[in-house]
Design a protein around this ligand. Structure first.
Ligand code: NAP
Length: 302
């Protein structure tokens, strides 16, 4: 009998659960890199799956998560973080002994706990991942193969993960164009509460305050580039961010306390007319912001 030719692909079948901005982009980046032979996609709404298939983001659509992952050697969950545990329970029976699983969720301690809880022994095949790439325009129509190029992906390994699986996950993201680093789930959630979750909360609250003012609509008509830069992320997806604030509430509340302390100090200088003290506080903040640099394009950080 003739031996089958070895595949040039690292994975034969990628199943993407949640074919939105992140899930669609992973599918496209993996295909661009020649990492996967075929992609099967599943999302809650059949219309999303149809759009993804028509656009060539996925090769096949599935009518359930279980059907999508059957026969897959790589499974990526790209749904809001609260949906990850329930989905893992649904697909558990179809996970093969060598299947690799990853997620792209914005919080990690809850996802790690959900994976261990839902999968039991198969939890060792699940590598929690967070690409620091995305944006406020969600949905598969905004997916692109270049989304991860030059952006960081943080992997937060579980205690039971095999080194070979962590290596495979690292290589996958690197071939998708990303720079990979590792943290513990707890350190990840503390850091991203500070640099991502709190700024989103502040942006949502600021727009809320504007929208509630009787003349707020008129003021918004006058807003310029500073407003645009400061509030871009307030247009982000409500379900995704509800889940993030829920999953990481303790760290977000801790960061919020620090922020309230700071803003109270700025307020006090204005109330008391301490203009030179106010200026030195602004000077310090301005200097810190000028000294900040990032290896990734700053307009795309999630
Ligand atoms: P998205 O564009 O809204 O895509 C989410 C997809 O998940 C949608 O297709 C949605 O289906 C599907 N979905 C939701 N609940 C589901 C369920 N229970 N079962 C199956 N499919 C379900 O969101 P996204 O921006 O890609 O975010 C996805 C994940 O990436 C989130 O965990 C988020 O925290 C993380 N993330 C996002 C960013 C960012 O900047 N956006 C950055 C880093 C990480 P329908 O189309 O049918 O609603």
């Amino acid at each position: 009998m003739e031996r089958a030719a070895p595949s040039r692909h690292r994975f034969q079948r990628l199943a993407v659960l949640g074919v939105g901005l992140l899930g669609g982009s992973v599918a496209m980046a993996a295909k661009r890199a020649g990492l996967v032979a075929e992609v099967v996609g599943y999302s809650k709404s059949p219309s999303t799956v149809n759009v993804a298939r028509a656009a060539g983001v996925i090769d096949h659509g599935a009518d359930s998560a279980l059907h999508a992952v059957t026969g897959a050697d790589l499974i990526i969950l790209a749904v809001p973080v609260a949906a990850i545990g329930p989905l893992l329970r649904q697909i558990k029976v179809a996970i093969g002994p060598t299947t690799l699983l990853m997620d792209v969720g914005s919080t990690k301690a809850d996802v790690a706990a959900a994976a261990e809880d839902a999968l039991g022994r198969a939890g060792r095949q699940f590598i929690p991942c967070h690409p620091i790439a995305g944006g406020e325009h969600s949905g598969v129509q905004n997916a692109r193969a270049t989304l991860f190029d030059g952006h960081r992906v943080v992997i937060t390994p579980l205690a039971d993960n095999l080194p070979a699986d962590i290596d495979a996950a690292t290589q996958f993201w690197e071939r998708c164009g990303a720079l990979v680093s590792q943290m513990t789930p707890a350190d990840h959630d503390a850091a991203f509460a500070a640099v991502s979750h709190l700024p989103h909360l502040i942006a949502f609250a600021y727009i809320d305050a504007m929208a509630r003012q009787p003349k707020g609509g008129g003021y918004l008509q006058l807003a310029g580039p500073g407003f645009r830069d400061f509030t871009r992320i307030a247009a982000s997806d409500p379900t995704m961010w509800r889940d993030v604030f829920h999953a990481n509430s303790a760290e977000v509340l801790q960061q919020l306390q620090l922020f309230k302390h700071s803003i109270a100090a700025f307020e006090a200088q204005i109330r008391q007319g301490n203009w030179s003290l106010l200026e030195s506080m602004i000077r310090l903040a301005s200097q810190s912001r000028r000294e900040w640099s990032t290896p990734t394009p700053s307009d795309d950080i999630a």
